[in-house]
Design a protein around this ligand. Sequence first.
Ligand SMILES: [Zn+2]
Length: 181
Amino acid sequence: MRPLYSPPRHGVTVPPHLIAVPPLEGPGPEDQGPPRDQVTFCSHCGARTGGSSVSRVCRRCEMGLLLHARPELAPGPGDAFVVCDADLRVCALSRGAEQLLGAFEPAVIHAPLGDLVAGVSRDIDGTSALPRLLRKAAAGQLGIERTIVSLAGLRDATWPARVGACGRPPAALLVIDAPVP
Ligand SMILES: [Zn+2]
């Protein structure tokens, strides 16, 4: 698997909050836009962009990188979502998730996702379903699954969430939907 971080190239300085994602690169075979069944969204503000982009940095907020996911999973502007790798370490935290969790993205990059979000849904054997779903999604082996989570500091409430794959490189995307009343 391609490493999540490699040093900046071409003299481009990568802001600290983007070190978990690949550095900026010029257009190449992989930069011709999302796969046909996916849409492009910003890892920070959630804005969706159309078509290919020369830069992977969001032009709207300039704080996030452009990622791809299936349209039923991809967040929209302002949505709360977290991107993590197969080790369940945080790769990106959206602005909406920052507000919801009272966390600041640069402070939680590479932190265990479990510090922010806990799974409420259980598998048949009684273990939390969330780690299994996230690992499967990060490996690109999960469609889109619905689950229930609780959030750090808000453990009394439960939140429906969607889990699936996003890229590149392959990672798991957890979109936190509106809370259950
Ligand atoms: Zn953005």
